[in-house]
Design a protein around this ligand. Structure first.
Ligand code: GDP
Ligand code: FE
Ligand code: FE
Length: 192
């Protein structure tokens, strides 16, 4: 599963320069994490490139992609562009970019909130989204350090940064984000 030049060109046309450069950063961070943690490097890189491919379309378009793909999502996800761009991105990656690898599609689908039982590839894309070289927010260094300890430590640090941010801004917290955090905390692999 490689990201071809044609796919990159298509992606560049549908994103702002800033968002395209973020995607390139996530691809490179995902590649590095996959190498470190023994996960399919090309799958991680491709999912990193495409994770935000639906980020800049209107909510109604996101909903159309998700419906066409036959995906079901919670009401809270359906009504929020911040949450729906993951599922919509998976739908678009399959229909427009020809991605057939379901592990890659799931990593795109769940990259914003994660899920219980998320795979190492899903964790890598979730985490790479926080620590790619272009990211510069308060606390990013803490997540980068946690990413070197273990995938679970990195994912947990990322979720907790998001939760702090959501609390500070008075935002609603999606229940799935909390479920992901609890699953990581309760996970046996966490003891390493
Ligand atoms: P990006 O697409 O690279 O900007 O990053 P993400 O896909 O991780 O996040 C997209 C947006 O979703 C960010 O603004 C997050 O703060 C927001 N987000 C993540 N989790 C939640 C949640 O549980 N609830 C809400 N309301 N927003 C969330
Ligand atoms: Fe995203
Ligand atoms: Fe992103």
């Amino acid at each position: 599963m490689v990201m071809t030049q044609e796919m990159k060109e298509r992606l560049e046309k549908s994103l702002s320069p800033k968002r395209f450069s973020h995607s390139q950063g996530v691809a490179s961070a995902a590649r590095e994490l996959a190498t470190r943690y023994g996960v399919d490097v090309e799958a991680a890189e491709t999912a990193g490139w495409l994770h935000d491919c639906a980020k800049q379309v209107p909510l109604t378009d996101m909903q159309a992609y998700v419906r066409q793909a036959g995906y079901t999502v919670d009401r809270a996800v359906w009504n929020s562009p911040a949450l729906l761009h993951g599922p919509a991105g998976a739908a678009l990656a399959a229909s427009e970019y020809g991605v057939r690898n379901h592990h890659v599609l799931r990593a795109i689908f769940y990259h914003t909130v994660g899920r219980k039982m998320m795979s190492p590839l899903e964790k890598i894309v979730f985490l790479a989204d926080y620590i790619e070289p272009g990211r510069d927010f308060p606390g990013v260094e803490r997540i980068r350090a946690a990413a070197k300890v273990s995938l679970n430590a990195g994912v947990l640090a990322g979720i907790e940064a998001t939760l702090h941010h959501l609390l500070e801004t008075g935002s609603t917290i999606y229940i799935g984000t909390v479920e992901t955090r609890n699953w990581i905390l309760e996970s046996e692999e966490n003891i390493d």
